[in-house]
Design a protein around this ligand. Sequence first.
Ligand code: NAP
Length: 250
Amino acid sequence: MPTDLERIYGQLGFADRILYSNFVTSLDGVATLASEPSAGSVISGRNQADRFLMGLLRACADAVLLGAGTLRATPGHHWTPEHIFPEMAAGFSELRMKLGRKPHPRLMLVTASGHIEMSHPAVQGGATIVTSEQGATELQGRLPASCDVIEVGKSGAVDMTRALSELRSRGYEVLLTEGGPHLTGDLIKHGLLDEAFITISPVVAGRDHEVRLGMVAGAELLPARRLWSGLLSARRHGDFLFLRYGLRRS
Ligand SMILES: NC(=O)c1ccc[n+]([C@@H]2O[C@H](COP(=O)([O-])OP(=O)(O)OC[C@H]3O[C@@H](n4cnc5c(N)ncnc54)[C@H](OP(=O)(O)O)[C@@H]3O)[C@@H](O)[C@H]2O)c1
């Protein structure tokens, strides 16, 4: 780690092949707000320490994996370290160089429908769309030249085990997923997520008529499947907690 980054976070390192996630949740476990774009920013209150961590985790990764729902919910965003925390852009790029990463993490978008907004700046900037043969047909002729497609299966949900092997065969070994809950649920259900970074914001979000998801959706584990995780680190900045868990695939 460059010293200016290590001074803020302490030491951070990853296995050579890993998939880790990053989420912010409210004190009562809410990660999405249907009525608000960029729910994460609202839940964290644009907390600077959380934004720094997002940048740092992006800076370590070969690629950032997202479900299409998160792209749709976050207009105008770029999933790069310098976009979320520009003040440390130089440190992030030094870190990438030291780790032997390309200048920017590649954005990987997972979609079954192929309904991707081509005018989104992150798509214009270059992304790999991970979809089925049917999803690829939907995208045909619409994708900017900066994008490419990985086809997995004929139609419907992408088998993420196969998708990850495809990514790895293309040299993407250290992968960050920034969700959202449906993609995360799918990854956890199939035992593919190695580590989870969770920021607990001190805000209370509440739940009533609007659907408000936690970190995982579309997968029910307890009581049948007891997936206990192990706490790898806990950090505090003001009233925020920054937790890192290793997921044991029991
Ligand atoms: N608090 C946080 O830290 C945080 C982080 C990330 C996201 N979010 C929030 O999460 C909300 C979105 O939630 P979400 O669960 O809908 O997000 P999501 O998982 O990113 O998106 C769901 C969509 O991703 C695609 N997808 C996911 N798994 C797939 C698979 N195995 N195969 C094919 N396609 C797959 C599908 O796209 P198609 O519909 O195109 O088929 C699906 O409808 C937003 O409000 C966002 O702000 C919060």
